[in-house]
Ligand binder design. Structure first.
Ligand code: BGP
Length: 489
C-alpha cells in the first residue's frame, strides 16, 4: 500500500468562484465582482466608469483608464456574484462531500467578507461567523478543512485606494486578516495556505504571444516580494497562535519540457522553471532569494524595494509544506512555431505526444510524477497536490444522471502517477481535486467548464435551479477514498 493510512483525500473550491452572496451580510466587493463572464475564445472583462461618467471595459488583468473607477454595469453579467451559492448551500454540499468519504476539504476565505474594505481595524462579525459555521460543519463529519487565506481576491477597495499589492501597506492589511483567521479558527483549522498560485503574477506576463514589458515585470516582482513578506509574517504568527498549524505555500505547478535538444531550448526551459516555478518555491521554502534571481531581475531592469528586515522575515517565515496545483505540462522552445497552445498560466508549442482538453490544456499524468519528484528532491518538505482535475463539458441526461468517464480516466491516471512518486520516496500527504463541486471557472468565468463530482444546475447566463446532482465520478471517487487509492477501476 503506497498511500499513507492518514492520506488526506478530498477536493477543493475557492470563495470567489463558489460562495456567491457577493454583497450579503456586509461583504465588500473584490475584483472578481467587476469581472464579466468569458469563454474559451472571448476574454473576461473588467468593467468601469471613466472620469467623464462613461461605462467601459478592458480585458481582465489590464489597467483601467486613469481616473476611472471599477463598477458593476447593468447590462453585463458577473458570474461570481452568485457563484454556485455555496454561501447558502454549504450544509448540503459538505454532507455530499462527507458521503464521498472526504478526509479534507480545501476552501478559501474571502478577504472582503472578513474585512470589507481591507483596511478596517476589526473584522465583520457576520463574515467571521460564516466561516466558523462552515468549519464546524466540516468537523461534524471528521473532515479536515484546508484553508487558503488568499485566493485571487484582494478587496476591491485596496486595489482602488492603495494600488493593490504594489503598495507595501498591503503587507500589514494581509497580516491583520491572516491573524484574524488563525485566532478565530484555532482548533478548527490546522492546515493553511498563505497565497494561492502565488507564481501566477509573473507567469501570467508572457502569455498568449505577449511579452511582459519591463514596467510590468517591475510591478510583478515587487508585488511578489510584498506577498512573500506577508506570507512569511503570517507563517510566524500562525505558528505562535497554534504550534499545531501546518502552513504551506501554493504554487501553480506546470511541468515544462524543452522543445528540442537544441542547447538554446534546454537553457530556455531551465530558465522557465526558475522564473515560473522555482523562484517562489525557493523564497517560501528556503527563506531567501536564489542566486538566479539577480539574472531574472536584471533581464527587465527591475529594482526591488527590499529591506534588511524583509530578508529577516523571509528567513524566519519558511513554510511547513509545499502544495501546488497541477493540470498540465507545457513545451518551451526558442524556435518559431505556428502551432501554439495555451492554458492555465502557460503557453507553448503543441506537444505531439499528448492529447488536449477542450480548453487546450495538455493532458499529461506523467508530468505530475515528474513535478512531484523534482520538487520533493529540491525541498524535502511534505507535499500536497491541492488542485488537479479536468474541466470538461458534461451532459445532464433526462433522468438526472451525468456520465463523465473522461473525468474518471483523467483522475485515475493522475492518482497512479502520485502512487509511483510515493513509491519513489516523495512524502505526499494529500490530494484535493479541483472544483469537487462545479463552480465558476477562474479563467473564463464559465459554468460549463465543469470539474466536479457534483453537478450544479446553473448555466453561463446564471439561469438554473442550483440543484446538486451526483455524477458517475461521485461514486467512483467514493470507492477510491474507501480503498485508500487501491481501487481505481
Ligand atoms: C487555478 C486556480 C483555480 C481554478 C483552476 C482551474 O489556476 O487556482 O482557482 O479555477 O486553476 O482554472 P479554470 O477555472 O480557469 O479552469
Amino acid at each position: 500500500m503506497s498511500f499513507r493510512k492518514d492520506f488526506l483525500w478530498g477536493g477543493a473550491i475557492a470563495a470567489n468562484q463558489a460562495e456567491g452572496a457577493w454583497n450579503v451580510d456586509g461583504r465588500g466587493p473584490a475584483m472578481t465582482d467587476v469581472t464579466t463572464g468569458g469563454s474559451v475564445k472571448e476574454p473576461r472583462y473588467v468593467t468601469y466608469i471613466d472620469k467623464e461618467g462613461n461605462p467601459g471595459k478592458v480585458p481582465s488583468h489590464h489597467p483601467i483608464p486613469e481616473g476611472a473607477h471599477y463598477a458593476v454595469l447593468d447590462d453585463h453579467y458577473y458570474p461570481n456574484h452568485d457563484g454556485i451559492d455555496f454561501y447558502h448551500h454549504y450544509k448540503e454540499d459538505i454532507a455530499l462531500l462527507a458521503e464521498m468519504g472526504f478526509k479534507v476539504f480545501r476552501l478559501s476565505i474571502s478577504w472582503s467578507r472578513l474585512y470589507p474594505n481591507g483596511d478596517e481595524k476589526t473584522p465583520n462579525p457576520k463574515g467571521v461567523a460564516f466561516y466558523r459555521d462552515v468549519f464546524e460543519e466540516c468537523r461534524k463529519y471528521g473532515i479536515e478543512p484546508l484553508v487558503t487565506i488568499w485566493h485571487f481576491d484582494t478587496p476591491l477597495y485596496l486595489e482602488e485606494h492603495y494600488g493593490g499589492w504594489n503598495n507595501r501597506q498591503l503587507i500589514d492589511f494581509y497580516v491583520r486578516f491572516a491573524t484574524t483567521c488563525f485566532q478565530e479558527y484555532k482548533g478548527l483549522v490546522k492546515y493553511w495556505l498563505t497565497f494561492n498560485e502565488i507564481n501566477g503574477t509573473v507567469m501570467g506576463l508572457d502569455l498568449f504571444g505577449n511579452k511582459g514589458t519591463d514596467e510590468e515585470y517591475q510591478s510583478a516582482y515587487q508585488q511578489l516580494h510584498y506577498q512573500f513578506v506577508a506570507s512569511a509574517k503570517a507563517v510566524q504568527i500562525g505558528h505562535q497562535i497554534d504550534p499545531e498549524n501546518m502552513i504551506g505555500c501554493m504554487i501553480c505547478g506546470i511541468t515544462f519540457y524543452p522543445g528540442s535538444s537544441d542547447p538554446d531550448d534546454i537553457l530556455a526551459n531551465r530558465y522557465q522553471w526558475e522564473k515560473g516555478i522555482f523562484y517562489c518555491g525557493d523564497v517560501q521554502c528556503k527563506g531567501k532569494y536564489p542566486t538566479y534571481a539577480t539574472r531574472l531581475w536584471n533581464e527587465h531592469h527591475v529594482q526591488l524595494d527590499i529591506t534588511d528586515e524583509d530578508r529577516e522575515e523571509l528567513k524566519k517565515g519558511t513554510v511547513d509544506m509545499y502544495t501546488f496545483s497541477y493540470y498540465m505540462t507545457s513545451v518551451v522552445t526558442t524556435h518559431e512555431s505556428d502551432d501554439m497552445v495555451s492554458g492555465n498560466f502557460a503557453a507553448g508549442v503543441r506537444n505531439p505526444y499528448l492529447q488536449y482538453s477542450d480548453w487546450g490544456w495538455a493532458l499529461d499524468p506523467k508530468g505530475l510524477r515528474y513535478y512531484l519528484e523534482m520538487i520533493y528532491d529540491r525541498y524535502e518538505l511534505p507535499m500536497m497536490v491541492v488542485e488537479n482535475g479536468l474541466g470538461a463539458y458534461d451532459t445532464l441526461e433526462a433522468d438526472g444522471s451525468i456520465h463523465d468517464p473522461y473525468r474518471i480516466d483523467y483522475l485515475r491516471e493522475h492518482i497512479k502517477e502520485m502512487e509511483v512518486a510515493i513509491n519513489d520516496g516523495v512524502d505526499l500527504r494529500g490530494y484535493t481535486t479541483w472544483g469537487c463541486i462545479d463552480l465558476v471557472s477562474a479563467g473564463t468565468g464559465e459554468m460549463r467548464k465543469r470539474y466536479g463530482f457534483i453537478y450544479v444546475d446553473k448555466d453561463d447566463t446564471g439561469k438554473g435551479t442550483y440543484q446538486r446532482l451526483k455524477k458517475d465520478s461521485f461514486n467512483w471517487y467514493k470507492k477510491v477514498i474507501a480503498s485508500n487509492g487501491e481501487d481505481l477501476d
